[in-house]
Design a protein around this ligand. Structure first.
Ligand SMILES: N[C@@H](CCC(=O)N[C@@H](CS)C(=O)NCC(=O)O)C(=O)O
Length: 79
C-alpha cells in the first residue's frame, strides 16, 4: 500500500489524494505539520532531502517527491 506524507491544507498534497481516489488505489495518509517543523526532521529528510510535502512512499520504501512527478508516476498506464 502507498503511504502519502502530506497536509490536507496543501493543494500540492490534495492533487495526490485526488489522483489516488480517482484510481481507487489504497493508501495510508500520514499527516505532516509543516508549521511544527515536521518536514525538517532527520527521518523526514531521509524521505525527501528537499524537506517538502507531498511525498509518496512505495511498498519497498522508495520515496518520490514533487507533486507533478508523483502524479505522472501514478497515472502511468492508466486510462
Ligand atoms: N514543487 C513542489 C512544491 C512542494 C511544496 O512547496 N510543498 C510545501 C507545502 S504545499 C511544503 O512542503 N513546504 C514546506 C517548506 O517549504 O518548508 C511540489 O509540487 O511538490
Amino acid at each position: 500500500m502507498y503511504k502519502v506524507y502530506g497536509d490536507y491544507n496543501s493543494g500540492n498534497c490534495y492533487k495526490i489524494k485526488l489522483m489516488l481516489n480517482l484510481l481507487g488505489a489504497e493508501y495510508q495518509w500520514v499527516a505532516v505539520d509543516i508549521l511544527n517543523g515536521e518536514t525538517e526532521t532527520e527521518d523526514f529528510l531521509a524521505k525527501n532531502p528537499n524537506g517538502k510535502i507531498p511525498v509518496l512512499e512505495l511498498e519497498d520504501g522508495t520515496c518520490l517527491w514533487e507533486s507533478t512527478a508523483i502524479l505522472n508516476f501514478l497515472a502511468e498506464g492508466t486510462p
